[in-house]
Design a binder for this molecule. Structure first.
Ligand SMILES: [Zn+2]
Length: 470
């Protein structure tokens, strides 16, 4: 796995960059991996990369009470029973969708199939937006907040990969089934459960199947959606997390290509007359390396590539470096990025001053920007997920970080959590992606309970999330 490939892996990746995930350049490369990788013994155990980033919060009494009231209501009870009975249907739809190829920028066929399923599930005016996202709004009574529930359509597997789902001993094997197609099916199941049970929520629920979450998709679907829809009060992202695991951190990054250009000259004859692109850049790198970024939220920088110069006896006319800056905090990312860029600009001033010229220039090109940040652990969305998990007799496991669509709403200050869709998963981004669907309905029950507590249920419970948007 090359550095470049690591950098292309977005989804679920990047927790301290230790996660073994793969983006494939083509089907042949993917097939090679299938031959060499074998699943671990307890393949559905919580993976090693999942490490806690914060303790679970205390759950406020009003959250617990609200969830109790919701779960005691006959309509909600019937929706929970429905989810259980609908589990096999959801699985069937997940398989159907998973067998439609959908690498980034090629999601159209899968989106269209999903749109039809969403209409059949009961949202007649579901539509595909200009970016290719499927948007299905289940209206509330109009007095509550608006929340988004998202699953992504795209997968890392190029067209031509064998994505036929195979079932063996109750385990479903299929690249893309896990990440993130089963989550799409869980949303269909939740829509049916809400409609069959005639639950009227106070707030609107927007079910969103987004494009471009993986690699070069660069979060295009979710960025467009939140760019166009400003009145969102909370977001729940479904990703193949183990049961009881919530995601609250999304690492953000800025990437820059910095190019120094000067006149250059002979190392002996022109010494003292012209500035050096390499000397200026070297000075900048030395200073960048003195930056002490915050440990929490974890913030890092790296000058990963340097190029430039003509020969050993030429004062360098050009030099280029590529810099990657990442942080679990949006503010810290911007602060650190600014410091790095200030150093770069100052390095040109210093080099020109040293030789009494102004002939050295620098240009800075941003070559990557990934939104991110951290949802506070005591945020109402985290409490709500925790309360729903406990109330559904499941165990809370841990709060983790991952690089997902969640970065976009988190960076906008929208309360956001990544939650599991139900089932147990393994082998993300490899051809060994597999799912154990046993009791998957429990994940759907917890997700739906979380949603209902946030938007409120008419005549039963007020929304936990305030309606900030007017
Ligand atoms: Zn994913």
């Amino acid at each position: 796995m090359s550095f470049k490939q690591i950098s292309l892996c977005v989804c679920m990746g990047m927790i301290f960059n230790q996660i073994p995930m793969f983006g494939y350049a083509n089907a042949a490369e993917a097939a090679k991996d299938l031959k060499t990788s074998t699943p671990a013994k307890d393949q559905f155990a919580v993976p090693d990369w999942a490490t806690p980033v914060a303790p679970w919060p205390l759950v406020n009494k009003n959250v617990t009470q609200s969830i109790e009231k919701i779960l005691a209501s006959p309509d909600v009870k019937s929706s929970m029973t429905y989810l259980k009975s609908d589990e096999s249907q959801a699985l069937k739809e997940a398989v159907l969708l998973s067998e439609i190829p959908a690498p980034p920028f090629t999601e159209e066929a899968k989106a269209k199939a999903y749109l039809e399923l969403m209409k059949q599930a009961g949202i007649a005016d579901a539509r595909i937006d200009q970016e290719g996202n499927v948007v299905a709004v289940r209206k509330g009574s109009g007095t509550g907040p608006t929340i988004v529930v998202d699953a992504h359509i795209d997968t890392v597997f190029p067209v031509g990969t064998d994505i036929k789902v195979k079932v063996q001993d109750g385990i479903y094997y299929g690249p893309g089934l896990t990440d993130d197609t089963f989550s799409m099916a869980t949303m269909l199941s939740m829509v049916r459960a809400l409609n069959e049970s005639k639950i009227q929520t106070l707030g609107d629920i927007i079910f969103l199947a987004s494009v471009g979450e993986e690699g070069l998709g660069n979060l295009r679907g979710i960025k467009t959606f939140f760019g166009e829809n400003k009145k969102i009060d909370a977001a729940l992202m479904l990703e193949p997390f183990p049961p009881g695991v919530g995601g609250i951190i999304s690492t953000a990054s800025n990437r820059y290509e910095v190019t120094y250009q000067g006149p250059g000259g002979h190392s002996f004859a022109a010494f003292g007359l012209v500035p050096s692109a390499i000397h200026a850049m070297g000075g900048a790198i030395a200073k960048i390396n003195q930056i002490q970024p915050p440990k929490y939220p974890r913030t890092v920088y790296n000058v990963g590539i340097v190029k430039g110069g003509t020969s050993v006896n030429t004062i360098a006319p050009d030099a280029v470096m590529e810099i990657d800056i990442r942080s679990d905090g949006a503010k810290e990312l911007e602060q650190t990025s600014k410091r790095v860029l200030d150093i770069v600009n100052q390095s040109v001033v210093d080099e020109n001053k040293r030789w009494g010229t102004d002939s050295l220039k620098v240009s800075i090109k941003q070559i990557g920007a990934r939104a991110g940040g951290t949802t506070p652990a005591d945020s109402i969305v985290v409490q709500s997920f925790l309360g729903a998990t406990r109330a559904n007799q499941s165990k809370e496991v841990m709060l983790i970080g991952a690089s997902t669509n969640a970065g976009v709403p988190i960076s906008m200050g929208i309360p956001t959590i990544v939650i599991p869709p139900g089932g147990r998963f393994t082998g993300f981004h490899t051809l060994n992606e597999a799912m154990d669907p046993k009791d998957a309905y429990k994940g759907a029950q917890i997700a739906l309970t979380t949603i209902l507590s946030l938007v409120g249920v008419k005549g039963i419970a007020e929304p936990l999330i305030p309606k900030l948007s007017k």
